[in-house]
Write a protein of this length. Structure first.
Length: 385
């Protein structure tokens, strides 16, 4: 663990400079709020509901808005119908087959609804098995929704099948389920954090495996997102007013955490998140002031057209050299570290291919970085026999 964190610290030195992964988008279509919900459907983001207080008011909202990235604009849609149309907060939301499944909020209890963006109509579904899901962060794997639950006899994971509108109890959760202990999905596995403890869920085995602990400062209310084969935890708080703008990236292949630059906007809690494919969004929330700003996160925004699936390092295991090749970019730099975090080599190329010679390196596992314009865009392992 200490070795991995040491490597993470060394990596951080490369990409804390001149990195800005955030783009400000049009503000939310209505006024600022917190404890809302958002979800990506097709090529749109849908967001709404939520709570407003701190200015003498104490209100809940049923508004539902559509964000179009193509025009960078918001349009109001049919209001959320839960809680008899009286508004709600801390709702759960997932997307399956182009529809949003939303419900089980502070006032919706176990009620569950489907929103169809094609018809702009909400439909009530079967109730969830209990009112244990409010303010949790479900995730989707292979068209099935997975919902952490709390305040039951045992904190458990439930699976929701949208095709049959039915619920199945799966397995015990590996840690206490708290308010928005963020989740994300990478390569068909679900990831969940309870405090600083971090776990991977395999749906084929229906079991959790503990992974490297989350090294960030704030264990609560972190936004969980995934992009380009990596997972991210964004923001969070220690105490009610003790918020942090940290951004942490998780590499599932290495079981490794790396800290990225802080997000550039106001610190907050109770923000919303959404994804359209690999495009990630975050916004709204509060620090005592209710925010209506909306941001896109792209950790590879300045990496031009570099893509992981068009990059290879071979052979591995290797005997005397390793070749690094990109099919999409010509210029990149390779930096190699041993497992203590010591840099053992560095090479660059202007033609899309670089050959790294062993030059007496001992047998074992090494970590390489791909850098472009001083910014790390990939980190993986290779082996010398």
């Amino acid at each position: 663990m200490k070795t991995l964190l040491l490597i993470a610290a060394l990596f951080g030195a490369h990409h804390f400079v001149q990195a800005n992964y955030w783009t400000k988008k049009a503000d939310f279509g209505s006024f600022g709020r917190h404890r809302g919900v958002a979800i990506g459907l097709g090529n749109r983001v849908y967001a709404g509901t939520g709570h407003l207080n701190g200015d003498g008011s104490d209100e809940w909202f049923s508004e539902w808005w559509e964000y179009d990235p193509g025009t960078n604009s918001w349009a109001q849609k049919a209001d959320y119908i839960g809680n008899n149309g009286g508004g709600d907060q801390d709702l759960t939301a997932i997307a399956i087959d182009g529809k949003a499944y939303v419900g089980m909020g502070q006032w919706s209890n176990a009620t569950h609804f489907c929103y169809d963006p094609q018809t702009n109509i909400w439909t009530q579904l079967n109730n969830a098995p209990g009112d244990w899901f409010t303010n949790t962060d479900p995730f989707v794997i292979d068209g099935m929704g997975y919902y952490p639950s709390y305040m039951s006899a045992t904190d458990s994971l439930y699976r929701y099948d949208a095709g049959t509108d039915s619920w199945t109890a799966m397995c015990a959760m590996p840690g206490n389920v708290g308010h928005r202990h963020g989740t994300f999905v990478v390569n068909g596995k679900g990831y969940y954090k309870s405090g600083y403890s971090f776990y991977e869920y395999d749906p084929a085995l229906n079991s959790w495996t503990q992974k490297a602990n989350f090294p960030g400062t704030a264990p609560n209310n972190n936004i969980g997102l995934s992009q380009n084969g990596y997972g991210y935890y964004i923001g969070g708080y220690l105490g009610w007013g003790d918020m942090y703008p940290e951004v942490w990236r998780y590499n599932p292949n290495l079981d490794l955490w790396e800290q990225l630059p802080d997000y550039p906007f106001n610190k907050r809690r109770w923000a919303v998140k959404a994804k359209i494919g690999d495009r990630c969004y975050m916004g709204l929330g509060t620090n005592g002031t209710n925010f209506g700003d909306f941001w896109e996160f792209d950790q590879f925004a300045s990496a031009d057209e570099f893509t992981i699936d068009k990059f290879k390092a071979y052979p591995s295991p290797a005997v005397d050299h390793i070749s690094f090749q990109s099919e999409t970019v010509q210029h990149f730099e390779i930096v190699v570290f041993d497992m203590t975090g010591k840099q053992v080599g560095q090479k660059s190329t202007e033609n899309g291919t670089v050959r790294f010679e062993r030059n007496g390196l001992q047998s074992g596992t090494y970590v390489y970085q791909v850098l472009r314009y001083g910014k790390m865009i990939l980190s993986e392992r290779v082996v010398f026999e």
